[in-house]
Design a protein around this ligand. Structure first.
Ligand code: PLP
Length: 380
C-alpha cells in the first residue's frame, strides 16, 4: 500500500465488536480475565497494552517502514525510555544542534547516572567517525534539526556507526520531517523517535511521543522498558494522534508549499542575514536534503541582522502567526528559540543565536501568511 493509504488504514480495522469505523477510545485501565492468569487477547492492564494505543503503534510502524511501534506520553518520554538502553559508563554521541529539551535531558539529568555525552556537528559524518569511542553505545541524530534546520546524511552516518565494532544503535529524531518526507529506518537507522505532539498529531491538541524499530530484540527491550518505566499515553491521546495521522500527507504538502514561498521571500529581505530551510538553494546541505527528503517541510528559521531586539519585535508583531512554543500544527506559530524553546541551552556549547526566529508555517492561505510576516518585519 502507498503511504497515503497507510495513514488512513494501517493498524486500524473496523472494530470487531460492532464495526465502528473509527478506532474506539478504549478508556479502560484493566480487562476481565477468563481465569487466573488467562488474559483475553493478551490484554491485562493498560500500561502494558491498550487497543487504541496498539492501533496507533501498528500504524506508526507501517508509516516508518518499521516492524514495531511504541507510543509514549511525550517525545521526551520516548527519548528517556530509549536512553535506558544505555548503562552507566556508556558513551552517547549526539548532534550539537538537538532540541533543547533533548540536550537538557542528556546534559542535566542522565549525566548524573554516569552516562557520558559528546555533542558534535553531525552534518560532517567524519566528526561522527572521529568521536566514536570503545564505550559508545548509542548515536543520536536529529535531522533536520530544531531550531537550525541542519541536515545530516543519515545513510553516511549509519555506515560509519554500523562499521564500529561495538555496533552502537543509531537513533534518528524524525519529528521535523515526519515519515511522509523522510524514512530513517530505510536509510540505516536502528530507532526512529518522534514527538507526536508536532506533525503526527498535527492540531496542537495533544502531547505524545513514539519510537519505531525493525529489530525484534531491540523492540523487546524497549517494550519491556515502556511497561517497566510506564511513560505511556492515554487512549484519548492515542485516538487524537491516529486521527491526525490520517491527514498527514495532505497537511505536509500544504505546510511545504507555504514554507517554501515564505523561505524565498525571507531570503531576499533586507533585515535578515540568513534563512534556514532544507530545500532552499542557500542551505549548506541542500543536496543531502533533496536526496533523503521528499520535500522541505514546514519549518523555517532566520536570523535578524539587528539581533535579539529585532527578533523579539518581529515575533511580537505577527497577527496570524501565534507567538507560542511547539510546532507542526495546522496553525502558524512564531517564536524566538534563545528566549523560549531553547532557553535551556543558554551558555552551553549548543546555545543558539539570540537573533534567531523560528516559524512553524501552518496550512492557512500563503498570501495571508506572507502579508503577516511582511508587516511584522516592517515593525522589527
Ligand atoms: N524532538 C524534537 C525535535 C522536538 O522539537 C521536541 C519538542 O519540541 C521533542 C523532541 C520533545 O517532544 P515533546 O515536547 O513531545 O516531549
Amino acid at each position: 500500500m502507498k503511504f497515503e493509504t497507510l495513514t488512513i488504514h494501517a493498524g486500524q480495522e473496523p472494530d470487531p465488536n460492532n464495526g465502528a469505523v473509527m478506532t474506539p477510545i478504549y478508556q479502560t485501565s484493566t480487562y476481565a480475565q477468563d481465569g487466573v492468569g488467562k488474559a483475553r487477547q493478551g490484554y491485562e492492564y493498560s500500561r502494558t497494552k491498550n487497543p487504541t494505543r496498539l492501533a496507533l503503534e501498528n500504524c506508526l510502524a507501517a508509516l516508518e517502514g518499521g516492524l514495531y511501534g511504541l507510543a509514549f506520553s511525550s517525545g521526551m518520554a520516548a527519548t528517556d525510555t530509549v536512553l535506558r538502553l544505555v548503562s552507566s559508563g556508556d558513551h552517547v554521541l549526539a548532534g550539537n544542534d538537538v532540541y533543547g529539551g533533548t540536550f537538557r535531558l542528556f546534559d542535566k539529568v542522565l549525566t548524573r547516572y554516569g552516562m557520558k555525552f559528546d555533542f558534535v556537528d553531525t552534518t560532517d559524518p567524519e566528526n561522527v567517525a572521529d568521536s566514536l569511542t570503545p564505550q559508545t553505545r548509542l548515536v543520536w541524530l536529529e535531522t533536520p534539526t530544531n531550531p537550525l534546520l541542519s541536515v545530516t546524511d543519515i545513510r553516511a552516518v549509519a555506515e560509519i556507526v554500523h562499521a564500529h565494532p561495538n555496533h552502537p544503535l543509531l537513533v534518528v529524531d524524525n519529528t521535523f520531517a515526519t515519515p511522509y518526507l523522510q524514512r530513517p529506518l530505510e536509510l540505516g537507522a536502528d530507532i526512529v523517535i518522534h514527538s507526536m505532539t508536532k506533525y503526527l498529531g498535527g492540531h496542537s491538541d495533544t502531547v505524545g511521543g513514539a519510537a519505531i524499530v525493525r529489530d525484534k530484540a531491540v523492540y523487546e527491550k524497549l517494550a519491556f522498558l515502556q511497561n517497566a518505566v510506564g511513560a505511556v499515553p492515554g487512549p484519548m491521546d492515542c485516538f487524537l494522534v491516529l486521527r491526525g495521522i490520517k491527514t498527514l500527507p495532505v497537511r505536509m504538502d500544504r505546510h511545504t508549499e507555504n514554507a517554501a514561498s515564505l523561505a524565498d521571500y525571507l531570503a531576499g529581505h533586507s533585515k535578515i542575514s540568513r534563512v534556514m530551510y532544507p530545500f532552499h538553494s542557500s542551505h549548506p546541505q541542500v543536496h543531502i536534503a533533496k536526496r533523503q527528503m521528499k520535500a522541505g517541510g514546514g519549518m523555517i528559521s532566520f536570523i535578524m541582522k539587528e539581533g535579539r531586539d529585532a527578533a523579539v519585535k518581529a515575533a511580537e508583531a505577527t497577527k496570524i502567526f501565534t507567538l507560542a512554543e511547539s510546532l507542526g500544527g495546522v496553525e502558524s506559530l512564531i517564536e524566538v528559540p534563545a528566549a523560549m524553546t531553547h532557553l535551556s541551552t543558554a551558555g552551553s556549547q549548543i546555545a543558539v543565536d539570540p537573533g534567531l526566529v523560528r516559524l512553524s508555517v501552518g496550512i492557512e492561505h500563503k498570501d495571508d501568511l506572507l502579508a503577516d510576516i511582511e508587516q511584522a518585519l516592517d515593525k522589527a
